[in-house]
Design a protein around this ligand. Structure first.
Ligand SMILES: [Ca+2]
Ligand SMILES: [Cu+2]
Length: 370
């Protein structure tokens, strides 16, 4: 009897071990995407001007470094994993990033002065050298020759007088560029515009749900092939980074909005062209936190406070979508699901934003309440 019992117990143990192995393999975890299940709910009314309805629903969020829906990402961090299930409610989203023309209307109506146009104080930027306490913004400049890609200060510098009207410095302007995305926008600037427009900034989860355009676990917002049928699908960088942008996609630098095809939801520029602010604070371990809680994360709003181990004193919020500078040699952040981040008071010449709007107006103060 004893032997038999032991034998049965062994079998049970073996069975359990097998079961655990199988269920581990089949549970959606860090490298697997499950299908997107869009909500069936219809928009509660006609879309506000230049916005499109995003139904919301349940989807797998994030990017795998070497798995499905990804490719090898040089210099990429692990912050876009694990892939986890998220549900978001439906909302309207601007079909394209906010343009210079739209931002000008806001400034005319409100006399708003952007952060880049204000002289920064030592209190705001305790770590900045005194000579940098002048109004301006961060601007990309190509290098004269090939450089190691480990120090971004080789191609980024703070330029006095750079702001949304002068995106790369005082000599530059936006004449004839009403249709280009507004850049040199800090987070409070984007938030002020959104509030004026009766909208808000998207959460990171809303941005990614919208960017995926109804697809599930694809590498790009349009599918798995970077150039389907040879067609350029987004404004990114070609050639040796950061020396010379060959502009093979038609644009060396920023492009007017809607220059490339929209995604499945009719949204333009959800990858490439300019980075866009999201309302979530940035933490590299946020997805892990959601995963540890288990179940489906419902309308996640980001962590309660920011933390970037690489710059622990900076308060950063999430950037999404990548920009005209993104390339496969350096950051590949046009891959849907990958994440960016930036200090909240810092604008650059490849960073803009777009707004969203919830059907219930009380839900449009989410970003401001944090
Ligand atoms: Ca380009
Ligand atoms: Cu990039």
């Amino acid at each position: 009897m004893r032997v038999i019992i032991t034998h049965i117990m062994k079998s049970v143990a073996l069975f359990l071990a097998l079961f655990v192995t199988i269920s581990n393999a089949e549970t959606p975890e860090s490298t697997t995407f499950a299908p997107t299940i869009a909500n069936k709910t219809r928009p509660p009314g006609p879309a506000p001007a230049s916005m499109v309805w995003i139904p919301g629903g349940e989807f797998s969020m994030g990017a795998a470094q070497n798995g499905e829906g990804s490719h090898e990402m040089p210099m990429a961090s692990n912050d876009a994993g694990p892939i986890h299930r998220v549900r978001v409610d439906g909302f309207w989203m601007d079909a394209s990033p906010v343009t210079n023309g739209q931002f000008e209307k806001f400034v005319k109506a409100t006399r708003y002065v952007t952060i880049a146009e204000r002289t920064p104080t030592k209190e705001e930027f305790p770590t900045a050298p005194a000579e940098n306490l002048v109004a301006g913004g961060v601007v990309f400049a190509p290098t004269d020759q090939e450089v190691p890609l480990n120090d971004h200060y080789q191609w980024w510098s703070y330029v006095k007088g750079a702001n949304w009207r002068h995106p790369v410095g005082p000599q530059s302007d936006i004449k004839g560029k009403e249709n280009y995305p507004v850049v040199q926008i800090a987070y409070p600037d984007a938030e002020a515009y959104a509030k004026w427009a009766g909208k808000r900034l998207p959460t990171e989860a809303e941005f990614e749900f919208a960017a995926r355009g109804g697809l599930s676990g694809k590498t790009y917002v349009w599918g798995d092939e970077f150039r389907p049928g040879g067609k350029w699908m987004a404004n990114t960088w070609q050639g040796k980074f950061p020396v010379k942008d060959a502009g093979e996609d038609g644009y060396a630098g920023i492009a007017p909005v809607k220059s490339f095809s929209p995604n499945g939801y009719g949204l333009y520029d959800m990858a490439g062209n300019v980075w866009e602010w999201c309302s979530d604070w940035y933490r590299p371990d946020y997805y892990q936190t959601l995963m540890d809680k288990g179940g489906v994360a419902r309308n996640p709003q980001g962590p309660d406070s920011p933390f970037d181990p690489s710059e622990p004193n900076e308060k950063k919020r999430v950037h999404r979508g990548g920009s005209f500078l993104c390339n496969d040699q350096y950051c590949s952040r046009y891959i849907v699901g990958t994440r960016g981040k930036g200090e909240v008071n810092t604008g650059t010449n490849h960073l803009g934003f777009r707004c969203v709007k919830s059907p219930r107006s009380s839900d449009n103060s989410v970003a401001q309440s944090k």
